[in-house]
Design a protein around this ligand. Structure first.
Ligand code: NAD
Length: 430
């Protein structure tokens, strides 16, 4: 039996296909074909009972041809080197698609953070920063939050870095709290960027937003904000889910209330909300029924938004997907095999490297503010985000049309070309 592809193999499949389409030389491929640097090591910290715990930590720096390395830090039991390499590669592509002056990186700690107290989480986050401190910096590599990390964790990491180095470094890390160098608009940026792209796509396809039925898998930061944007624009959010399962209502759910109730009823262990969307009280309100995460993906709807995990749409379920549009808010939710099957069926897939790039775009604004000492207004953040996202979408759509490619193929073409051009002018190819 064939060994299943690793997350890195899946990401590299899309990159290698772009290499072939663009007929890149061996030297050019080598510059992008593997990460430039990998930091791995033990992250050791004290538990509350006085014992010590050691977990694996990683920072993968894929490319800095276009600017400093940039990418989030994930805390997850599955965050191994293969996953972190894949996510670092996708960051290089994403930053080039939207044309912001960063390369790509990603960090990970292989741990279930829900098993730690808040104090243990702080000690682990500081220990992780000690592991990577010599490899990051405002001009070198700028980390940010990702799955299971948040503004508070970024604040601890910045503080640890500033203590170790004896410097003031607001531009070291993005996704910080507003009271400690964060940017307005970062919390909603990923969903706002995706919503802008979907609205533009709908208008091009002559679809009325108010007639769209949407299913969202994952009701976290990105997914819940996206559901609220869609609801406010008049779309019908027919299903949402989280790790506990999902709910479906043909007439539509109210994501604002679901979020409020989830926050209210969710118990807090450590720093993580453990509540679920499957709340009996709420289901009564919305005339909803319980569905599984697998059923959610196969629902009869117009737009499907995977906003939780990677590889959820694969060769085995691709044929069962009924949505006409898939908007990838999660990183890597559609496998290369499923991508091929869905493209053949004419399903429009807005790829992760475009759809969820709003988050890193506002992180770029936060970095600019950190470096200059100026604070941007919410209006400025929104209007600049809109300009960058719509410009990227237009460029990707034009490339797709010109070369008869899917949006993903077009996005990878543009990104790889931009990175290769930077490599070339810097003289790295000899
Ligand atoms: P999050 O931790 O806030 O939310 C994740 C959500 O997914 C939670 O509701 C969780 O319950 C749910 N979930 C977990 N396991 C699940 C399962 N098996 N089935 C269904 N749902 C499940 O994370 P987030 O920040 O919203 O990120 C979600 C995805 O979006 C990730 O792939 C992340 O890399 C990507 N992303 C997020 C941002 C951002 O700014 N938040 C930016 C770019 C990409």
């Amino acid at each position: 039996m064939l060994k299943p592809l690793s997350p890195y193999d899946r990401a590299m499949r899309f990159v290698h296909e772009a290499f072939d389409r663009l007929k890149l030389s061996k030297t050019e491929r080598a510059m992008l074909g593997k990460p430039r640097n990998m930091v791995t090591g033990d992250v050791t910290f004290k538990r509350d009972d006085g014992t010590s715990m050691t977990v694996h930590g990683y920072r993968v720096q894929h490319s800095n041809a276009r600017g400093p390395y940039k990418g989030g830090i994930r805390y997850h039991p599955d965050a191994d080197i293969e996953e972190v390499k894949a996510l670092a590669t996708l960051m290089s592509i994403k930053n080039a698609v939207v044309g912001i002056p960063f390369g790509g990186a990603k960090g990970g700690v292989q741990v279930d953070p829900k098993l730690l107290s808040a104090a243990e989480l702080q000690r682990m986050s500081r220990a992780y920063m000690r592991l990577i401190a010599d490899h990051v910096g405002p001009d070198i590599d700028i980390p940010a939050p990702d799955v299971n990390t948040n503004a508070q964790i970024m604040a601890w990491m910045r503080d640890e870095y500033e203590t170790i180095k004896g410097v003031y470094a607001p531009a070291l890390i993005t996704g910080k709290p507003l009271s400690y160098g964060g940017s307005v608009g970062r919390d909603k940026a990923t969903a706002r960027g995706a919503f802008l792209v979907l609205s533009e796509l709908a208008s091009i396809e002559a679809l009325d937003m108010r007639s769209l039925r949407v299913a969202v898998q994952g009701f976290g930061n990105a997914g819940s904000e996206m559901a609220v944007f869609l609801h406010n624009a008049g779309a019908t959010v027919v299903a949402v889910s989280d790790s506990h399962g999902g709910i479906y209502s043909k007439s539509g759910l109210d994501p604002i209330r679901i979020r409020r109730e989830k926050n209210k009823t969710g118990s807090i262990r450590g720093m993580y909300c453990e509540g679920s969307v499957c709340d009996v009280q709420r289901m009564k309100h919305d005339d909803a029924k319980i569905i599984t995460n697998e059923q959610l993906l196969e629902l009869d709807c117009d737009v499907l938004i995977p906003a939780a995990l990677d590889n959820v749409i694969h060769a085995k379920n691709a044929a069962k997907i009924r949505a006409g549009i898939i908007l990838e808010l999660a990183n890597g939710p559609v496998s290369p095999e499923a991508d091929e099957i869905l493209n053949k069926r004419g399903v429009i897939i807005v790829p992760d490297v475009l759809a969820n790039a709003g988050g890193v775009t506002v992180s770029y604004f936060e970095w600019v503010q950190g470096r200059s000492g100026n604070e941007w207004t919410g209006e400025r953040v929104e209007s600049e985000l809109s300009r960058i996202m719509l410009r990227a979408f237009e460029q990707v759509r034009a490339e797709a049309k010109r070369k008869k490619l899917s949006l993903r193929q077009a996005a990878f073409n543009i990104a790889v070309q931009r990175i290769v051009e930077a490599v070339r002018v810097r003289g790295w190819t000899g």
